[in-house]
Design a protein around this ligand. Structure first.
Ligand SMILES: [Zn+2]
Length: 173
């Protein structure tokens, strides 16, 4: 019985998923039992049509996502891989580099905030020590982010703008 459901012949080399109906001449999915337009009997049974479709689909891995009811094999729909940093550079858009210093800044702000919270067990010098420590962490974050990292990532920009601006100033003075 199993062999009866196998298609006697299916041209798996033919990539077409839709055919022109032999009776009405309109396009219809190739592996459906009936023509969608006129109901012409294309396959002996739905099981035979299904087996033929599976044989055709498994012949080529590019057909893996294909629907039996479709007219065309779907094209690859994965989103394209884009280097946004490179694209921004082409367009002249300044993108701030990703940095860990904002976390340092927020930790410093947290310690600073703790310094002004009243704890019954903490003496005055504890508040002062916390405040100094928080301010130090906060400043390290700000200096690292704004001064150290930005000048390290964008030395070319200052060099580029430097000579031109310098020449302009020299000419006007
Ligand atoms: Zn038809």
């Amino acid at each position: 019985m199993a062999s009866a459901t196998k298609p006697r012949y299916v041209d798996v080399e033919n990539p077409a998923l839709a055919i022109d109906c032999p009776r009405c001449g309109l396009r219809t999915p190739r592996f459906l039992e009936y023509c969608r337009n006129c109901g012409f009997h294309l396959w002996p049974s739905s099981r035979v049509a299904s087996a033929a479709f599976q044989a055709w689909r498994d012949h080529d891995s590019a057909r893996a996502q294909t629907s039996r009811y479709a007219y065309e094999v779907p094209v690859e729909m994965a989103p394209p891989v884009i280097d946004y940093d490179e694209r921004a550079h082409e367009l002249g858009i300044h993108i701030f580099p990703s940095s860990n210093f904002p976390f340092v800044i927020s930790v410093g702000a947290f310690v600073l905030a703790l310094a002004v919270v009243h704890f019954s067990w903490m003496p005055l010098w504890g508040h002062i020590a916390l405040g100094l420590a928080g301010a130090a962490i906060f400043l390290v974050g700000v200096i690292g982010w704004v001064i150290v990292e930005d000048t390290r990532y964008y030395p070319a920009e200052t060099a580029e703008g430097g000579p031109a601006g310098h020449a302009h100033i020299e000419g006007s003075v």
